[in-house]
Design a binder for this molecule. Structure first.
Ligand code: PEP
Ligand code: MG
Length: 569
């Protein structure tokens, strides 16, 4: 038996076999290959493309709905004559630049096909990413390596990796993946956020889990942050008990969260797509507290058109007619690069041109996005609020809110995720209609600890007293702003923090007015908040603020909330 320790980001206990995420396919080296037999190499390319096509067809046959269509289309592309013939031509010594190796020929031919599709625009341009996916699969096949991307297996498995890219996580099927374990990543990384959204037990920053051999049975405890090989009966029993408990906590939130004294604290959802929004509405969310628009366009090499944006946003607004939807403008950069906005050469991307700041380096994208949001808002009946990520100063808040209002969006606010914004909330809220605390980034910047780095996970903890004090400063700033502007300015939280029911109680006590979270957490948070009054929440906040360490703050709060033990949380 071997045990790996990391940071638990989603509670839950499961037993299952490990499958490792294959490493991304590296670009084959350019340059001529002396003495290769072009006929033999051409045959290798043809049979690799056929093997990839057959594997994709098998996956299509086993898939259902939308996924089936996508896989069938990708399978066709694997044997696309333009791709294969183009590659074979590049094996010939008479080709411009000389003969390429089979791998290099497929690589270059794939790039040429993708570029052609992109130049055609519209639907064809969207297929470019599929060609590049197929190209990587053929190269992996030629090298005798496993296909890139999330492994495909008929039996559910524990996915192990160093870390996952946002684009990989988008293709993760929760029906197949039992749990997620990574050697890298932090508790606020997008791997962790996705795991929470899918309700998958997850452990990040557990060194060594990316070396566990495929097929090894493991026990994952997402609360304790441990991964153990060779599970026995006690672990299997613990996993079965958790499955029963999770089933009991699923559903049950009917959409009007109140504290024990009747004080309302609306519970909203964090979403990225129309599909997420439908799931959030079904889970009882009282609205959307964070629509991460960049997730609609992660795989896009170019700026999405006005119509594409209107369609994507409308899909979310349509699920929440008559309810609030807070949509965030593109937060490109750092952990979520978008090719059309992000300069990948920056030495410190988290401190670089990301979020609202891209308006200075790529002007126009923000204004066009606001126009698309306003259009989608007019076409639907949701109460649309808009906010910008990474606002650091009152001038930025004034500029953004003016732009939003010019675009016809009456309620414009800012995210508070940079400590300077928390400390100057009074001045920022003189311009903005509301603030939404992004505790993931606020923690990263308060603690100077990259949220993607496993070894810094203990610092990336929203229970850190410094983070709690910044949240309090924001709420206090909103109160002061209310005395000068006459209107109380709402302060929500939309980072991952409120998904922890104990922390949700503290946030309410600190003065936060709404909580936004992964829909999976709604029931547990609702049940816990229903057991305390507002003065009790305020007392919890006072105790947490006075705690010398994150661990003290967490333990003290938990000791005052016996419901957590009753619910097994
Ligand atoms: C945050 O930083 O807390 C937040 C909600 O934004 P994101 O996680 O998308 O950076
Ligand atoms: Mg953020």
């Amino acid at each position: 038996m071997e045990q790996f320790h990391g940071v638990g980001v989603t509670p839950g206990r499961v037993v299952g076999p490990v499958l490792q995420m294959p490493a991304p396919v590296a670009e084959p080296v350019p340059g001529p290959v002396p003495g290769q037999d072009a006929v033999v190499e051409a045959e290798r390319i043809r049979s690799a493309s056929k093997a990839v096509q057959a594997a994709l067809k098998d996956r299509a046959a086993a898939a259902a709905g939308e996924a089936r269509g996508v896989l069938e289309a990708t399978a066709l592309m694997a044997a696309d004559p333009m791709l294969v013939k183009g590659a074979v031509k590049l094996l010939d010594p008479s080709a411009e630049g000389g003969a390429r190796s089979a791998e290099r020929a497929v690589w270059e031919s794939g790039a040429a096909v993708a570029a052609k599709l992109e130049s055609l625009g519209g639907y064809m341009a969207e297929r470019a990413a599929d060609v590049l996916d197929v190209r990587a699969r053929i190269v992996a096949e030629l090298r005798g390596l496993p296909a890139p991307g999330i492994p495909d297996s008929p039996t559910p498995f524990v996915l192990a990796a160093h870390d996952l890219a946002p684009a990989d996580t988008a293709t993760l099927d929760p029906a197949r993946v039992l749990a997620l374990v990574t050697s890298g990543g932090g508790p606020q990384s997008h791997t962790a956020i996705l795991a929470r959204a899918l309700g998958l037990p997850a452990v990040v920053a557990a060194p060594g889990v990316d070396t566990i051999p495929d097929g090894t049975p493991v026990y994952v405890d997402g609360a304790a942050g441990t991964v153990r090989t060779g599970p026995g009966q006690p672990e299997r029993d613990a996993a079965a008990a958790w499955a029963a408990q999770a089933a009991a906590l699923a559903g049950g939130f009917t959409g009007a969260n109140r504290l024990a004294d009747g004080h309302p604290v609306p519970l909203l959802a964090n979403v990225a797509t129309g599909k997420d929004a439908a799931a959030a509405a079904a889970a009882g969310a009282e609205g959307v507290g964070l629509l991460r628009t960049e997730f609609c366009f992660l795989d896009r090499p170019t700026e999405p058109t006005h119509d594409e944006q209107v369609t994507a946003y409308s899909a979310v607004f349509a699920e929440f007619a008559g309810k609030k939807v807070v949509i965030r403008t593109l937060d490109a950069g750092a952990d979520k690069p978008l090719p059309f906005l992000t300069n990948t050469d920056e030495p410190n991307p988290a401190l670089g041109v990301r979020g609202y700041r891209t308006d200075t380096t790529t002007p126009g994208v923000l204004a066009r996005q606001l126009a698309a949001i306003a259009h989608a808002a007019r076409d639907n009946h949701a109460e649309v609020w808009v906010m910008a990520p990474m606002i650091a100063t009152a001038e930025e808040a004034a500029h953004f809110t003016a732009l939003a209002k010019e675009a016809g969006l009456p309620t414009a606010g800012v995210m508070v995720e940079v400590p300077s914004a928390a400390l100057t909330a009074e001045h920022i809220l003189a311009h903005a209609d509301f603030a939404s605390l992004g505790t993931n980034d606020l923690t990263q910047y308060a603690m100077a600890a990259d949220r993607m780095l496993g070894p810094l996970a203990h610092l990336n903890d929203p229970w850190q007293p410094a983070v709690l004090h910044l949240i309090k400063a924001t709420c206090d700033g909103a109160h002061t702003a209310a005395t000068t502007t006459g209107t109380p300015k709402p302060v929500g939280v939309c980072g991952e923090a409120p998904a922890d029911p104990a922390l949700a109680a503290v946030l309410v006590g600190l003065g936060v007015t709404t909580l936004s979270m992964t829909p999976r957490a709604l029931t547990a948070v609702n049940k816990v908040l229903a057991t305390i009054t507002l003065p009790q929440a305020q007392e919890l906040a006072r105790l947490a603020l006075a705690a010398p360490t994150a661990q003290h703050a967490r333990d003290t709060t938990r000791n005052h909330l016996p419901i957590l033990t009753t619910l097994g949380l």
